[in-house]
Design a protein around this ligand. Structure first.
Ligand code: SF4
Length: 495
């Protein structure tokens, strides 16, 4: 009679089935997110490849889908897909994008909105010929316009507000391309930095408030447009200037022409680009982003000094401000938290895990640096407060004697309606709790935010005449006529 011998020792690992239940969970990512990045070039033999590189440099502006459309003057060809730029574009796909003019788009979206139909650019054929569009921003009257267009017979293929612009363009009776685009854009309200590509021209447009960035460059005489200058740097293009709020720029065989077809509005460039969204090496709204973050940190140290031994950034977003804080306060800057740069948006967690991996997947505390220290922890913002609470707990668990949290922006009290993915107002901890209540929730020894005036001073706009600060101040430059519940209903109806 044989015996059932259960292997013992290391071999057991191979002989016994291991069935650890698992589930895919989001990486702890309690942040505002920029939704899109743009790149376009006209009149360069390697237009599609350069667009690929331009998008690659701006991957931080959107990681869920990417697309490139190119033209040889005859037709428009498009390649797009879900995922990162480097995953989507193979040599074959880029080789299919023939021609000396191209433009591309990277996109971030909320989970329910993550569908291939929403990947941009959009390409349509209308009575004017083919046209493609890529959009960074958010239109506050898109739902109403869409309703009117659908009632008039338009059929939409996606849930994105950008498609509204194409329907308006297709209906325009204006003859010149720039007039038809301007006429369609004069009907929309809100934030748009846009690129259009036709067989004959690349057109860039920026809303009159200038919410989202857009810059003009040139490479060996070929005009280049991008959301951020880091895209120009990668391809050795020269930065020429920002495309102005309310400006429409046409690049074609005749050169580059500029128009100002919209009535002027108070300039309201998104200050959060300087606080968090943009790459620190970029020029945004004519100003280097790292310089802004250093200034934010220095201002924070002046306004809210802390009795600490070391200054530690929450990487990567708190880096510039922490350096500025350390310079101003004279406290040493230390790498007390290390970030894993290779995490995606989700990871597989064992179901029966006895603790939440959450933030630990992304950040690891360095005990040797933190142990016994009074730590001044610097971050750029607090959204729901849950991540800050975990980070403070993690720093304390690594031996910190005290944790003093300093935030390089004012309390975030309202959502963004101009192209940034934000939670609802009720989910923003600062919309319903005082600073002291937030401090108690995140269990820090002290908590202080930068003041609104200090924020503006740090970005050299003491008068507050150049930036939108609505998510801090509640002063929205373009009125939003819907309640959050109505906006949710619109979104559900469109999904
Ligand atoms: Fe930027 Fe906030 Fe204004 Fe949105 S509301 S554009 S995130 S400053």
């Amino acid at each position: 009679m044989g015996l059932d011998v259960v292997p013992f020792g290391p071999a057991a690992r191979y002989d016994l089935p291991v069935t650890v239940p698992s589930r895919r969970v989001p990486v702890d990512d309690d942040r505002f997110h920029d939704r899109c990045g743009l790149f376009g070039i006209f009149g360069h033999p390697e237009a599609a490849h350069l667009t690929y590189l331009g998008l690659y440099a701006q991957q931080h502006r959107g990681q869920e889908s990417a697309g490139i459309v190119a033209s040889d003057g005859e037709g428009l060809r498009i390649e797009k897909g879900m995922g990162l730029v480097s995953d989507i574009f193979t040599d074959d796909r880029l080789a299919a994008l023939e021609g000396d003019r191209a433009m591309g788009h990277v996109r971030y979206s909320t989970a329910g909105d993550t569908v291939a139909a929403n990947a941009q650019p959009y390409l349509i054929e209308c009575h004017r010929g083919p046209i493609a569009v890529g959009h960074n921003g958010n239109l506050v009257n898109a739902a109403i316009l869409r309703h009117e267009l659908e009632a008039a017979g338009s059929i939409f293929q996606s849930t994105s507000d950008t498609e509204v612009i194409l329907h308006l363009y297709a209906r325009s009776h204006r003859e010149r391309l720039e007039d038809a685009i301007a006429a369609s854009l004069s009907k929309v309200m809100g934030a748009f930095s846009l690129l259009f590509l036709t067989r004959d021209a690349l057109v860039a447009a920026r809303d009159p408030w200038g919410f989202r960035p857009l810059v003009l460059g040139q490479l060996n005489g070929a005009p280049v447009v991008a959301s951020e200058t880091c895209a120009l740097d990668l391809i050795d293009a020269e930065y020429v200037r920002d495309i102005e709020p309310g400006e429409l720029v046409v690049a074609d065989r005749d050169g580059v022409r500029s128009f100002h077809p919209f009535p002027p509005e108070p300039v309201s460039q998104c200050v959060f680009e300087h606080i968090y969204f943009a790459r620190p090496d970029s020029l945004v709204f004519g100003r280097n982003v790292l310089s802004s973050r250093l200034a934010l940190g220095r201002q924070l140290a002046r306004e809210a000094p802390a009795d600490g031994d070391i200054v530690v950034p929450v990487p990567d977003s708190g880096m510039g401000a922490a350096l500025g804080f350390a310079q101003e306060s004279g406290l040493p800057f230390e790498w007390g938290l290390i970030r894993n740069h290779y995490v995606g948006r989700t990871f597989i967690e064992p179901k029966q895990s006895i603790r939440s991996f959450g933030v630990k997947i992304k950040l690891n505390p360095v005990r040797r640096i933190l142990e016994g220290k009074r730590v001044v922890l610097i971050d750029d913002s607090i959204v729901r407060g849950t991540t800050s609470r975990k980070i403070v707990g993690m720093v304390r668990a690594a031996g910190a004697r005290e944790v003093h949290l300093r935030i390089s922006s004012p309390p975030t009290t309202g959502p963004c309606h101009y192209g940034i993915d934000t939670p609802r107002r009720s989910e923003l901890i600062a919309s319903r709790q005082s600073v002291e209540e937030i401090r108690a929730f995140i269990a820090a020894d002290s908590l202080a935010y930068l003041s609104h005036d200090g924020l503006l001073r740090a970005v050299s706009d003491a008068e507050g005449k150049r930036h939108c600060t609505a998510c801090f101040s509640g002063r929205y430059p373009v009125a939003v006529n819907h309640t959050e519940d109505q906006l949710d209903l619109f979104d559900k109806a469109r999904a």
